[in-house]
Design a protein around this ligand. Structure first.
Ligand SMILES: Nc1ncnc2c1ncn2[C@@H]1O[C@H](COP(=O)(O)OP(=O)(O)OP(=O)(O)O)[C@@H](O)[C@H]1O
Length: 231
């Protein structure tokens, strides 16, 4: 299991994460839900070792290994060096981990990327797909996907949901963030709601029915009261 225990992170005086704990189990999709600025990306960056200067524990519980050794990350905004083709980017990711480069065609028959074009000239959706391709060909035990549906068209969204469910069924543990709550809750088995850098509540799938109403109340309590006076 990927474990986050009592994670605190501040940027200067801004205390962004305040005692966050959660677990991502193998064979489950765990949704990380929260408003803009709630701390989701910061949590992922701490978990993956892209941020330092935090307190608390982030690790794979069974082995104690650093998360980035056993997990693949699709960041919120994947970055690609100029003049690197899609194919070269995937090869670079694999070589950086000392892994052999497999035949990319089977996965790319699904994702349909122009792998011989420069990746920094791809559209936003194609960039997301390329970052996905780079982790899908690596067979990680865990995947951390920050807004994976962002920028994808309807077809790619449907396909991605199916890919995620099949990975889960094969035992992969997945941590997902998305502002598209319906897509997230459709695939997730559990969810953690972050409000202002704190865990507001952990939900199991059977409790998802109340999640939207709870979020509305937590984020917009005052506005709801105002709306009540209007409508
Ligand atoms: N490098 C940084 N330096 C200073 N403040 C930062 C930095 N990165 C993030 N923050 C602040 O931390 C807070 C949480 O940001 P974060 O990106 O983790 O939120 P988020 O939940 O992922 O939001 P979104 O849904 O908009 O992506 C925000 O107030 C943001 O301004």
């Amino acid at each position: 299991m990927l474990e986050v225990i009592d994670l605190h992170k501040a940027y200067g005086r801004h205390h962004v994460l305040r005692g966050v704990s959660l677990g991502v189990r193998p064979g489950t999709i765990h949704a990380l839900v929260g408003a803009n600025g709630a701390g989701k990306t910061t949590l992922i960056n701490c978990l993956y070792g892209l941020e330092s200067g935090f307190t608390g524990t982030v690790r794979e519980a069974a082995t104690g290994r650093p998360v980035r050794e056993i997990a693949g990350l699709v960041p919120y905004e994947p970055y690609f060096y100029p003049r690197l083709t899609g194919r070269e980017y995937v090869e670079f990711c694999l070589q950086a981990r000392g892994r052999a480069v497999p035949d990319l065609r089977p996965w790319n028959q699904l994702l349909e990327l122009p792998l011989d074009q420069y990746a920094d000239e791809y559209s936003a959706g194609m960039k997301k797909k390329l970052a996905l391709l780079a982790v899908l060909v690596q067979d990680f035990a865990y995947l951390i996907l920050d807004e994976p549906f962002n920028g994808l068209d309807l077809e790619a969204n449907l396909l991605l949901k199916e890919i995620l469910k099949r990975l889960r069924d094969r035992g992969t543990g997945l941590l997902l963030t998305s502002h598209i709550l319906s897509a997230l809750l459709e695939v997730a088995g559990e969810a953690t709601v972050l409000v202002g850098g704190q865990v507001q509540r952990h939900y199991q799938a059977a409790e998802f029915g109340t999640l939207e109403a709870d979020l509305l109340a937590a984020l917009h309590g005052e506005k709801l009261a105002q709306l009540g006076a209007l409508l």
